[in-house]
Design a protein around this ligand. Structure first.
Ligand code: HEM
Length: 121
């Protein structure tokens, strides 16, 4: 599957998950977890949708040897970051959020590199 569509499908999955999670924390009053919910919506849905639109607008980016690795890195990092934020706000333990944050940064830097190398072709 082309990476623009893969990213947009991932964005929809994040939107559904973030919305279900937001509804859940709203109903049971678990607003201590609103930070994890917000990151699912913003890092998950919004950034995935933007990365998909970048790929669509600059199709040569998808030809990069790093493109699939960047997609996997970013998505795994975002999942770990959101799960880790839940954990840190539930227990104070930052064992998952710390690596998740670093992986998200690596995925973001890879996207910037792919854009820099291939958007002008
Ligand atoms: C059906 C969809 C959604 C529901 C039911 C929902 C529900 C909620 C609830 C209950 C809160 C906590 C409010 C409080 O602390 O009193 C919240 C906060 C928040 N939500 Fe959502 N939400 C939804 C979708 C989204 C989406 C798609 C995004 C982002 C793209 C988003 C971003 C945020 C942000 C930034 C906050 C504030 C977080 C904070 O103050 O720490 N929400 N939402």
């Amino acid at each position: 599957m082309a990476l623009d569509r893969a990213y947009i499908f991932a964005a929809f999955a994040w939107l559904v998950a973030a919305s279900v999670f937001g509804t859940y924390i709203g109903i049971i009053g678990l607003t201590v977890q609103s930070n994890a919910h917000a990151h699912a919506g913003l890092l998950g849905f919004v950034i995935s949708a933007l990365f998909g639109l970048f790929h669509h607008n600059w199709p040569k980016m998808g030809k990069s040897r790093l493109a699939v690795a960047q997609f996997v890195t970013y998505q795994v990092g975002a999942i770990l970051l959101v799960v880790g934020k839940y954990q840190v706000d539930a227990t104070g333990d930052s064992a998952i959020v710390a690596p998740g944050s670093v992986i998200v940064i690596v995925g973001t830097l890879l996207m910037a590199l792919i854009f820099a190398r291939h958007s002008a072709e």
